[in-house]
Design a protein around this ligand. Structure first.
Ligand SMILES: Nc1nc2c(ncn2[C@@H]2O[C@H](COP(=O)(O)OP(=O)(O)OP(=O)(O)O)[C@@H](O)[C@H]2O)c(=O)[nH]1
Ligand SMILES: [Mg+2]
Length: 220
């Protein structure tokens, strides 16, 4: 498979932050899964419209956050070529996205952590701003996206101070994201106006469909 990740000038999260320090946000791309429905591939590295699928999500997430990290469990050198810090799960055995979130909470430079999965190339440009507005307005521990009745639990904004609480949940064998959310003060944020932005890609057939929606981008 051809990789062209060095060709994109990813928007840098190094810009002066408009947020006061206590509202600054670390973004994390969750790319630590096994891609079993796609045949056991590192899903974010699979090509979509001429570049790795994850490049699309990173490009959309980078301008929304003050720091950007990548959580991956395989091919770490390949992931590092995107130019952002890369780290694996601390809890082994592919424990699920909470393991990636926990690893991010431990490493984040900023007090808030926004997550997005590597397989959602159309994610909203105002994802983080809307999650943050709701989090602050509600005084919640965590804000999570939904469209109509559909929850999107891996699109969340979480307070870094929950690292210990999540670490305890994982250490006790907890794995289910909904169950952990159920122990917190969570605010759900409706993105009914952008349902298509949450399209995610799990199979080769979904990859082929998504490619039709995107123009191929070639190296310059
Ligand atoms: N850190 C980490 N992230 C995971 C793990 N399992 C899934 N994820 C992430 O959680 C998000 C949603 O997961 P899925 O869409 O199920 O992706 P997946 O697990 O790679 O794919 P399947 O094996 O087909 O379920 C994606 O961003 C995955 O990368 C894991 O064990 N560790
Ligand atoms: Mg999975």
């Amino acid at each position: 498979m051809k990789m062209t990740m060095q060709t994109q000038d990813h928007a840098s999260p190094q810009h002066p932050s408009p947020h006061p320090a206590e509202h600054r946000i670390t973004g994390v791309l969750l790319a630590g899964g096994q891609g079993s429905r796609m045949g056991g591939v590192d899903k974010g590295l699979v090509e979509l419209a001429g570049r790795p699928m994850a490049a699309h999500a990173l490009e959309r997430l980078a301008p929304q956050v003050d720091e950007l990290l990548i959580n991956a469990n395989q091919n770490l050198d390949t992931w590092a070529a995107f130019g952002y810090p890369v780290f694996g799960d601390d809890v082994g055995g592919f424990a699920g996205p909470l393991a990636g979130l926990h690893a991010a909470l431990v490493r984040a430079r900023h007090p808030l952590v926004a997550t997005a999965p590597c397989d959602s190339p159309f994610l909203p440009a105002d994802l983080v701003a809307r999650l943050a507005a709701a989090l602050h307005a509600a005084g919640a521990n965590l804000a999570v996206a939904k469209t109509f009745d559909q929850a999107h639990p891996v699109f969340c904004l979480c307070r870094r101070e929950l690292a210990g609480h999540l670490g305890d949940f994982l250490a006790a064998g907890g794995r289910k994201i909904d169950r952990w959310y159920g122990s917190l003060k969570v605010v759900e944020v409706a993105f009914d106006d952008q349902e298509a932005a949450f399209r995610n890609i799990n199979t080769r057939a979904e990859l082929a469909d998504a490619a039709k929606a995107l123009p191929a981008q070639r190296p310059e």
